[in-house]
Design a protein around this ligand. Structure first.
Ligand code: ZN
Length: 170
């Protein structure tokens, strides 16, 4: 007999950043059968990680925008309204939205991209999380910059980030 845990994680492919659900899916979201109900896998993963149910009326947002990711580090509780804003941001805002938590300049992003040291060392140097380093390197974040959209007018400003990263959360 296998536990629910074992059954769940046997469907998960843990990469260095996203943990990908490889089982059944609906609309791009993982699905898991538990206690006679179909559950959303990202929701279950966050609940287990928090050790409590998701707050009533709240949804689980993907900070990584990868709907089948179940890495609790990439998930957070949010309101329906925030979730709607994520979609607007993802779909219609190529340069992203203002985010004061983002501390990196274009030059720093490019320097991180070119830096061959370990993510841990780079993260410590820039005061950001290893996940952020990983995203910069794989181009998921700041993709607009890496694709040649380096702007000249606001080079010195803290970057407007595409995602709601919260540096130093680990
Ligand atoms: Zn993820």
């Amino acid at each position: 007999m296998t536990s629910v845990d074992e059954r769940f994680w046997s469907y998960v492919d843990k990469t260095n950043d996203c943990w990908l659900w490889t089982g059944a899916m609906d609309y791009g979201y993982g699905r898991f059968y538990l206690e006679k109900k179909h559950m959303r896998t990202h929701r279950l993963s966050l609940e287990w990680s928090l050790g409590r149910p998701i707050g009533s009326g709240l949804v689980v947002r993907h900070k990584c925008r990868n709907r089948n990711c179940v890495n609790p580090e990439h998930l957070e509780e949010g309101t329906q309204k925030e979730n709607g804003q994520d979609k607007v941001r993802d779909g219609t805002s190529p340069r992203g939205t203002k985010n004061h938590k983002c501390k990196l300049t274009d030059q720093q992003v490019l320097a991180i991209r070119a830096d061959s040291r370990t993510h841990k060392i780079i993260a410590a140097e820039y005061g950001i999380s290893r996940t952020t380093v990983s995203y910069i390197k794989t181009g998921k974040n700041w993709g607009w910059l890496l694709n040649g959209f380096l702007s000249t007018e606001d080079e010195e400003d803290p970057r407007n980030c595409r995602q709601n990263w919260q540096p130093d959360q680990h």
